[in-house]
Structure formats: structure tokens, C-alpha cells
Design a protein around this ligand. Sequence first.
Ligand code: SF4
Length: 100
Amino acid sequence: MAGTANSSDICVRTETLKVIGESEFLMPVKVTIDDKECTGCGICYNDECPDVFMEGDDGNSNIKQMYQKGGKFVGEVPDSLKNCVKNAEGACAASAIKVE
Ligand code: SF4
């Protein structure tokens, strides 16, 4: 009947909201490093986000292997590390880090 609700209606709506929340949480964040612009200053891998970035063989920044997606300069990180990579993006004076 229109305009009435019972406990099963409320339960169905709660489940729908929960599924949407979980899918947003699992959205990966894409991170790229422009190796031509990177100066190897170390701010990203030493200070801002060592969980994701590391020093490569040439001293420039690399994405840690566990987060690489198609090479050491391209990666995907979980949403829980979004602030970490965004901080590195903002702190990189060479504008070599891009977060999408
Ligand atoms: S902060 Fe920028 S310039 Fe410095 S190492 Fe990281 S990517 Fe390279």
C-alpha cells in the first residue's frame, strides 16, 4: 500500500546504501610519475608517501612494485592511500606526480 512502510522495506534500503559505500571504498586511485620531470629530490619517497613511492636505481622516484600497473612509473593504489599520494603530488616541486 502506498505511503506505508514496514521493517522489511527499511532493511532493503539499508543494504543498498551499504553496497554503494563499499564499492566507493574499493575504487583504485591511478598514480603516474613523469620520469623526465622527476629530479630525484626524494620528497615523495622519503617524506610524503614512502608507502607508495621508492627510490629507483637512478635516484628518481618509482612506484613500489606491489602498486605497479604497467611499469614502475604507473600504478594504482587503494583509496586508503589517496591522501598519501595526493600529498606527494602537491609537494613535488617538479610537478612530476599525477593522481587521478
Ligand atoms: S617529489 Fe617529484 S621530483 Fe622529487 S623524487 Fe618525487 S617525483 Fe621526483
